[in-house]
Design a protein around this ligand. Structure first.
Ligand code: DX5
Ligand code: ZN
Length: 212
């Protein structure tokens, strides 16, 4: 079954604990947490103390998406802050293999994120070391952007490249009711949704609509 990961980037940070509880009550499978450094991506979000606060309020896994360069010095700190899954960008370091191993050695789920312009072939040598591929369906850095339609073809291609490997395909950016079904049919297993969940009147209805 498809898993839904609301992106807290779009939540009301003045009511962080209530927002965390509200999406959980609405049926979220994990919290997607976007860490931006103003260098790898042209925007800043939040850091470790906020992740710790989310972890204190949460009772489902934290899916941390690192849009930072370098990321190597911070992997332990995000584990300590409460991450269950950590995704690093393949474009952010020449040593993704080492990072994936380090994340797994910490007992966490190891994710590799690809920008929209990054060839899927980058993933092939890493299949044995990766648990989750995050295909960006917008250029990372901001919530509320328009879904890049070519992503659908990339999901299908990645699905056939992955074959029998048990690896999640997570789609991040501009995901909503209008494209969720196509993404799932193409092979996505986790959908990240910021705007389409947090700007909805009822989080539970929005989450159910993505799954359907
Ligand atoms: C973009 C982030 C996304 C973003 C998704 O850089 O990685 O996770 O929060 O937000 P929406 O769903 O609004 O595009
Ligand atoms: Zn993200």
């Amino acid at each position: 079954m498809t898993q839904i990961a609301p992106s807290l980037l779009a939540c009301d940070f003045g009511n962080l604990e209530a927002e965390v509880c509200a999406v959980e009550a609405g049926g979220a499978d994990m919290h997607h947490i976007d860490i931006m450094d103003g260098h790898f991506v042209p925007n800043l979000s939040f850091g470790l103390p906020v992740v710790e606060a989310i972890a204190r309020a949460a009772s489902i896994p934290l899916d941390v998406h690192l849009m930072i360069e370098p990321y190597e010095p911070y992997l332990d700190a995000f584990r300590d802050a409460g991450a269950h899954r950590i995704a690093v960008h393949v474009e952010a370091s020449p040593h993704p293999h080492r990072a994936l191993q380090a994340i797994r050695d910490m007992g966490l789920v190891a994710g590799l994120a690809l920008n929209p312009g990054t060839p899927l072939e980058t993933v092939m040598p890493l299949l044995n070391s990766v648990d989750q591929v995050v295909l960006m369906s917008v250029n990372p850095g901001f919530g509320g952007q328009r879904f890049i339609p070519e992503t659908l073809e990339r999901v299908a291609q990645l699905r056939s490249m992955i074959g029998d490997w048990s690896i999640d395909i997570e789609i991040d950016g501009g995901v909503g009711e209008g494209n969720a079904r196509d993404l799932i049919n193409a092979g996505a297993t986790i959908l990240v949704a910021g705007t389409s969940v947090f700007k909805a009147e009822d989080y539970g209805t929005a989450i159910a609509a993505l799954r359907a």
